[in-house]
Ligand binder design. Structure first.
Ligand SMILES: Cc1ncc(COP(=O)(O)O)c(C=O)c1O
Length: 298
């Protein structure tokens, strides 16, 4: 099955889909975007993601080319047309085309919607967990427009490349004070003595929507929460740890910088969160919540 592309609301054959070389998304990474997936063919948390797209655009002064209701109906119509069993979806807004070296900032925003069949992570990733490494980062989150999901991912790309060279699946970024604040393209949690810990939004992280859902689940289960950064040492000593992101969902971390966490196996709490998250995404949250809550709280 092929990818499908819409530019400014028009469906274009993928091979013919073009954006100008003068587009500022290409020239400068001057764009904002969202990535999401479907569960049972329904886009999960679409409204929350469209709201974050609008917020990201506002934070970097890109005008929305059409209202959120239009974007929403374009996404829904695109999914219907693509008719994938499950879809990966990427929605981008760029500031538009500009002549190089022209100082004036253009106001011709463009929207690009990409759909592709979803390729989920292999089941063994969840069964065995992944290794991560810590990477020093001078910039916490997106320091220029905190909280905005902007197109320039160079910091994340370099950190992830370093992780891959070390045989790890993700890089956890460490700020100058020695605190871990997020993954290169994920949020990070640890679980220690029954308490769930994750860095707060105020630390400048990209507050993921998966993170928000996981926090809502944990709150509804009565799990004690601490919103703070933590050190690599604390992470190594944790009972469990995991990362969250829309396509990867909830992925157990079993090694950090070569040291095992929680005996090198995914923990029960992480498993239950993954199950609860999937149930929520599939809309069957209620029953999963009550059974999982009993086992977590007891
Ligand atoms: C830096 C960063 N943090 C967190 C996330 C996870 O966000 P979400 O759960 O909304 O997919 C991403 C996803 O791309 C990211 O790039």
């Amino acid at each position: 099955m092929r990818a499908c592309v819409w530019i400014d609301g028009q469906r274009i054959a993928p091979d013919a889909a073009r954006v100008s070389v003068f587009d500022r998304g290409f020239l400068h990474g001057d764009s904002v975007f969202e990535v999401l997936r479907t569960y049972g063919r329904v886009p999960f948390a679409l409204d929350e993601r469209l709201e974050r797209l609008e917020r990201s655009a506002r934070l970097v002064s890109i005008e929305l080319p059409v209202g959120l209701d239009v974007l929403r109906s374009e996404v829904v119509a695109a999914l219907e047309q693509a008719a994938y069993p499950e879809a990966y979806l990427r929605l981008m807004l760029t500031r538009g085309a500009d002549e190089p070296r022209v100082a004036a900032v253009p106001n011709r925003p463009r929207r690009v919607l990409l759909l592709a069949p979803l390729v989920p992570l292999p089941a063994e990733t969840y069964e065995l967990g992944v290794a991560v490494v810590t990477e020093r980062s001078e910039l916490v989150g997106n320091a220029i427009a905190p909280g905005a999901k902007v197109g320039n991912y160079l910091k994340s790309i370099l950190a992830l490349a370093a992780a891959r060279r070390a045989g790890a699946a993700e890089a956890l970024l460490v700020d100058r004070s020695g605190g871990i604040f997020e993954g290169s393209s994920s949020n990070v949690f640890l679980c220690s003595k029954g308490t769930l810990v994750t860095p707060p939004e105020e630390s400048g992280i990209l507050a993921g929507i998966t993170r928000r859902k996981v926090l809502e689940l944990a709150r509804s289960w009565g799990v004690p929460l601490e919103l703070r950064t933590f050190t690599p040492r604390e992470l190594r000593a944790a009972d469990e740890a995991f990362i969250t992101a829309s396509i990867r969902e909830v992925v157990p971390i079993v090694r950090v910088d070569g040291d095992a966490i929680g005996g090198g196996r995914p923990g029960d709490f992480t498993r239950r969160l993954l199950a609860g998250y999937r149930a929520l995404a599939l809309g069957g949250a209620t029953s999963a919540l009550s059974s999982a809550a009993t086992s977590v709280v007891n």
